[in-house]
Design a protein. Structure first.
Length: 268
């Protein structure tokens, strides 16, 4: 998609996007000469009864593979819908991506920590760095029973301390750590901790299928991706893109996976 046409589309689509109240939007500018481009998708619910989950995943994979210069993809929870038998099957689908990918556990990913690590090769709490500038924290917010949990604060603090010299840090947590959405949990100490790290540029959530905007807490942006699967939520299923330019400026935009349209955008 040409950047000029993107700006035209975002102006119109932001106004009509079906959003929850209290979402915030700001002016969005493309970073110059992007040195990072990632995609975050959530809530595919592979295997959910009475849904066309295979076709939905096919649409998503095709849409992402058509994106240009994607560094990697993060699947931010609810990869499957409850039954552990689907976890190896959804991995086969993800393996068709042309870009590397990383999974995050959600409340419907009801497998043990050992099973998760056996399948995905990483623990449910995981960090990694990229290009010596970017730190990523993938934090577990559930368990085998599907409970809604606060993230392990010791893990998060240790991870953020390890990334203290990085210019940009992004945190992916499936379940919102604040009860500002219908399906969030109240974890105020966690929000206070995140607020003390200037290099945390955004926290990204899934879980709330009907939320696809941005909220601010102590000046930190918290982003939602809506959903791309399941049987409820926003009528515009899709995924979120985050870009960072070589000048350090970052932006994010939400895209519909069905028609490549931009739903909304925000400068981080």
């Amino acid at each position: 998609m040409q950047r000029r046409s993107f700006i035209k589309k975002i102006t119109a689509l932001t106004a009509i996007s079906p959003l929850m109240p209290f979402m915030t939007y700001g002016k969005m500018h493309f970073p110059e000469n992007p040195k990072l481009k990632i995609i975050i998708a959530s809530d595919g619910h592979y295997g959910q009864p009475d849904t066309d989950f295979e076709a939905v995943h096919e649409t998503l994979i095709q849409a992402i593979n058509q994106e240009e210069e994607v560094d990697f993809v993060i699947f931010n929870g609810d990869l499957i819908h409850d039954d552990p038998k689907w976890m190896p099957e959804v991995k086969k689908v993800y393996d068709r991506l042309q870009a590397p990918y990383f999974p995050v556990r959600g409340n419907h990913d009801r497998v043990t920590k050992n099973t998760w690590e056996d399948i995905w090769g990483i623990p449910t709490d995981y960090t990694f760095s990229y290009k010596d500038h970017f730190g990523f924290v993938l934090a577990d917010s559930s368990n085998e029973k599907g409970d809604y949990l606060c993230v392990n604060q010791q893990f998060l603090k240790r991870s953020l301390d390890d990334f203290s010299d990085f210019s940009h840090v992004f945190i992916c947590i499936h379940i919102s750590q604040n009860d500002w959405t219908r399906h969030g949990v109240s974890c105020q100490e966690l929000l206070d901790l995140i607020a003390t790290y200037p290099n945390v540029k955004a926290v990204v959530h899934g879980h709330d299928h009907d939320v696809n905007g941005v909220m601010l807490n102590q000046k930190k942006p918290y982003l939602w991706t809506g959903h791309f699967g399941g049987n409820w939520g926003s009528p515009l299923p899709g995924y979120r893109v985050i870009e960072v330019g070589d000048d350090g400026k970052a932006a994010t935009y939400l895209k519909s996976m069905n028609d490549d349209k931009i739903i909304s955008g925000y400068s981080l």
